[in-house]
Design a protein around this ligand. Structure first.
Ligand code: MLT
Length: 406
């Protein structure tokens, strides 16, 4: 008899964005004439920048010729891309990350989801609340979450992120082992200061814990005082792993390329307290289960670091940030309190009441999709997240429709 992994039975409904997609498809089926505007999942709408497309096409052409054709590439990624990342994302901001500490992959979601399998089943896990649901769901699948009771899993330490702490939780009093942090935060848009991150790094060092730092939205940071990387904090190179992506910056949500930074000085411990390099563990896992990102995709990603590529990506980021400002201004003028915006593509709106009811109301009355805050954690109740990833005209129209609907 083939037995199932019963931890899957503890998952709540379906994956958040799949559940929304099903609701939207049902609504669209019943209302075929409504032009639904999607400000739900953070999926980019602007096309790939021209310099990236050119390099992508050239690399595809290389794959069509003897001499430049390539078969399997290195699972960890081609050196040209790893070097470009080390130089432009880290060295340029005063950090030392070597190219071989960077692993190229097809997505931050996959890397973050897969990463938890490197750790013992009984490690104590701390997860932001609200936050990107992949951290929680993958730990539920792995059997670390305990039972689901009253909207929470008994085995997870929820780091409440509310207006009271400016959506930046402080380290708890008790020791925890695996800590997920996401800044700029998805969904609240909050950013963490140098001091706040330094407290987390000190905590991790004190407890021999590990921070998994999701920096997928770092390119949206405009305030020069806010760190873009956990590795800007002294000592983080021994207790943190960072996840980054080309999705929201260079428009790669459909092209797929991301990267994970694992400094060689980060260690995990076996049952006897002996240290093992985390880099080697992930390298073993990655080379066993992953065959690398397509060569043309990696060349396209590399083009993001040329002078033209940098300018084009900065224009994309500014475009979405301007959408975010428009949304904030409209939603605020309707009387709602919101956060995010200045350094993030997400607007976190306090609606009060049931988040799913607000979602249903906006969808049925305005034909606009937002994301119910409860889908990001229990503290997300009474909120919705509005994504700035769409074309300007659609964002403006969505705001007009929401105003009329409410
Ligand atoms: C989101 O909307 O939170 C993200 O786009 C989902 C993702 O990146 O997987």
């Amino acid at each position: 008899m083939i037995r199932m992994n019963e931890h899957f039975r503890k998952l709540q409904s379906s994956y958040l964005f799949s559940e929304i997609a099903q609701k939207v498809a049902a609504f669209q089926g019943a209302n075929p004439d409504t032009n639904v505007i999607k400000l739900g999942i953070g999926d980019v709408t602007r096309p790939l920048p021209p310099s990236i497309v050119t390099r992508f096409q050239e690399a595809v052409a290389e794959m069509g010729s003897y001499g430049s054709f390539r078969g399997y590439g290195p699972e960890q990624g081609y050196t040209f891309l790893r070097e470009a990342i080390a130089t432009h994302d880290f060295e340029a901001r005063g950090m030392t990350i070597t190219p071989d500490e960077i692993f190229i992959s097809d997505g931050t979601k996959c890397d973050i989801g897969n990463f938890q399998e490197l750790f013992a089943e009984d490690v104590r896990v701390a997860i932001g609340d609200p936050v990107y649901p992949v951290y929680l769901d993958t730990n539920v699948m792995a059997g670390r979450a305990g039972e689901y009771q009253h909207g929470r899993y008994t085995g997870i330490h929820y780091l409440a992120s509310t207006a009271e702490n400016r959506y930046v939780p402080a380290p708890p009093d008790q020791p925890l082992d695996l800590i997920y942090l996401c800044f700029p935060n998805n969904p609240t848009g909050a950013t963490a200061s140098r001091t706040e991150l330094a407290e987390w790094v000190a905590y991790a060092r004190r407890h021999r814990a590990l921070i998994l730092f999701d920096a997928a939205y770092e390119a949206f940071i405009q305030d020069p005082e806010i760190p873009h990387s956990i590795f800007e904090i002294e000592g983080a190179g021994e207790v943190a792993v960072e996840f980054r992506s080309f999705s929201k910056t260079a428009g790669f949500t459909g092209t797929r390329c991301a990267y994970t930074i694992i400094p060689k000085a980060v260690h995990v411990y076996d049952g006897n307290g002996e240290r093992h390099g985390l880099h080697a563990l992930w390298n073993r896992r990655h080379s066993t289960k992953f065959n690398g990102v397509a060569y043309p995709v990696q060349r396209a990603a590399e083009a993001r670091y040329s002078e033209t590529g940098k300018r084009e990506v900065a224009e994309l980021v500014s475009y979405y940030l301007e959408n975010a400002r428009i949304i904030r201004s409209e939603v605020s003028s309707m009387g709602y309190r919101c956060t995010g915006v200045d350094n993030s593509p997400y607007i976190w709106v306090q609606t009060g009441g049931s988040a799913w009811e607000f979602f249903d109301q906006i969808l049925s009355r305005a034909g606009v999709v937002v994301t119910p805050g409860l889908g990001f954690g229990p503290s997300g109740e009474g909120h919705v997240r509005i994504s700035a990833f769409n074309d300007r005209e659609k964002v403006s129209e969505a705001m007009q429709r929401i105003r009329a609907a409410l």
